[in-house]
Design a protein. Sequence first.
Length: 84
Amino acid sequence: MSEFNQISGKQIAAARALLGIGQVELAGKANISAPTLRRMEASEGGVSGMTNNVAAVVQALLDLGIIFIPSNGNGPGVRLRERT
């Protein structure tokens, strides 16, 4: 899970808010349950959960146009990919 432990639950929640989608919709796109997503978003620090579930959520968000910004002294974040 090393590539995902830098992503926080707050980043997942922020990404979802940027996209304007609910937990149930994102959970469906990632093929996980909504309670599982809720637990991920509630994680303090790096997102917790089974590696395959975290990977599925991250990939679903990437597919929807999210870019994860690592902490670079100013804190982690997310942004939407420029749409062409």
